[in-house]
Design a protein around this ligand. Structure first.
Ligand SMILES: Nc1ncnc2c1ncn2[C@@H]1O[C@H](COP(=O)(O)OP(=O)(O)OP(=O)(O)O)[C@@H](O)[C@H]1O
Ligand SMILES: [Mg+2]
Length: 370
């Protein structure tokens, strides 16, 4: 599950166009997407032909400002296509900053609201207004990734400072690490200015630039006017192809992000294990100690990458008089997957919270040996 905010304080650089068409492209590849509109202009609902923004009764504003009644975000979510839901906004959202003035932790309203639904989606995309106020701050606080669309005009890179400063502030002061990636938009390769700005974007953001570029394409503008994603308006135009490419590029990052997250959690758990806290599997002198306390079971074995998933009697645990089963294994450094076999039943290790999907069904426990 990834939460991605699309932000840039410069107006008209393609934030909303990116949110709408990236959502449609991710949905096209089978991903379940929620769009949250944090812009009081309410352009997402209009661009997706939901309703006129002023006709929507309940918006994200009702969720964010009703902290006492705890109105849940799912009560305002509108399903609009297979795999695409939206949490819309309208002009009422512009009152949030004033209404919440002086309220403690007012930059955490969105992240708390998302908490109840985030497991239902593969991607949550957040659209933001063209300024860096409380609304954008809430969106940045709620995400781990930011896409910054930069239009390839003379002023494309102008005024990015405040957004970058805000991300830095979140990174440093709140220890909330956010990855930023620039997306070149409204690219017109026939003009020199566009090419110069493209180069400048690459120089500024280096590898934090999407390979995909979004070309200037009038079909994108026309599709918004009709309230549909460009993919539905003209499946063969450049705009459609560009946003499909962007979705593919983003999906292709999933594997490395998943591995990074697993490695980080494993590192934390390993550190805890090394500090001697109770945890299984645990690093001990001479190996890795697996333990499980259960007086009712009759046999316990382990199968994993290290024994080719083919346990022998050497892989059986022994039980002590307190009902604690244990097994010490000597493993070379590496990343391992394994399962416990409890009275003949294969299952993940109940003591180890780190699991991945098993190609054979169910999940495997994961162990990282340094
Ligand atoms: N690649 C593109 N080619 C042609 N027109 C585009 C492209 N991207 C965006 N547009 C058009 O440019 C205008 C501004 O785009 P958009 O609304 O996505 O920008 P925004 O950053 O969300 O603006 P705001 O800051 O006001 O929210 C819209 O009319 C949109 O249809
Ligand atoms: Mg917009």
């Amino acid at each position: 599950m990834r939460i991605i905010t699309v932000a840039n304080q410069k107006g008209g650089c393609g934030k909303t166009t990116t949110v709408i068409n990236l959502a449609a492209s991710l949905a096209h590849f089978g991903k379940k997407v929620l769009i949250i509109d944090m812009d009081p202009q309410g352009h997402v609902a209009i661009g997706l032909g939901v309703l006129r923004a002023d006709q929507i009764n309940q918006t994200i504003y009702d969720v964010l400002c009703n902290t006492e009644t705890e109105q849940r975000i799912d009560s305002i979510i509108i399903p609009i296509r297979e795999n695409i839901d939206i949490a819309p906004s309208n002009i009422s959202l512009s009152a949030l900053e004033q209404k919440m003035a002086g309220v403690d932790k007012r930059e955490e309203l969105l992240i708390k609201a998302i908490f109840t639904v985030y497991e239902d989606y593969d991607y949550i995309l957040i659209d933001t207004p063209p300024n860096v106020g409380l609304l954008t701050f809430n969106a940045l606080r709620a995400c781990r990734e930011v896409i910054i669309p930069i239009d390839s005009s003379y002023f494309g890179l102008h005024g990015l400072g405040k957004l970058l400063q805000t991300v830095l502030l979140l990174n440093e002061r709140l220890n909330h690490s956010i990855r930023i990636k620039a997306l070149s938009t409204l690219v017109d390769k026939r003009t020199k200015v566009s090419m110069d700005v493209l180069q400048e974007i690459r120089n500024t953001f280096n590898k934090n630039t999407f390979k995909t570029e979004i070309n200037l394409n009038v079909k994108l503008k026309e599709a918004v006017g009709l309230g549909i994603p460009v993919l539905e308006y003209d499946p063969n135009c450049t705009g459609t192809q560009d946003y499909l490419n962007l979705a593919e590029e983003i999906i292709s990052e999933e594997k490395s992000i998943e591995i990074q997250t697993i490695m980080k959690t494993l590192q934390e758990l390993n550190d805890k294990a090394l500090e001697g806290q109770l945890f299984s599997p645990k690093f001990v002198d001479g190996g890795i100690l697996f333990t499980l306390k259960n007086n009712d079971i009759k046999s316990l074995r382990i199968a994993g990458d290290f024994n080719n998933w083919n346990p022998s009697e050497h892989d059986a645990f022994v039980k002590d008089d307190k009902g604690v089963w244990s097994k010490n294994l000597h493993l070379n450094p590496g990343l391992y997957q394994y399962k416990l076999i409890i009275d003949g039943q294969w299952m993940p290790d109940p003591n180890n919270p780190i699991r991945v999907q098993s190609p054979m069904g169910g999940s495997n426990s994961v162990l990282f040996v340094k």
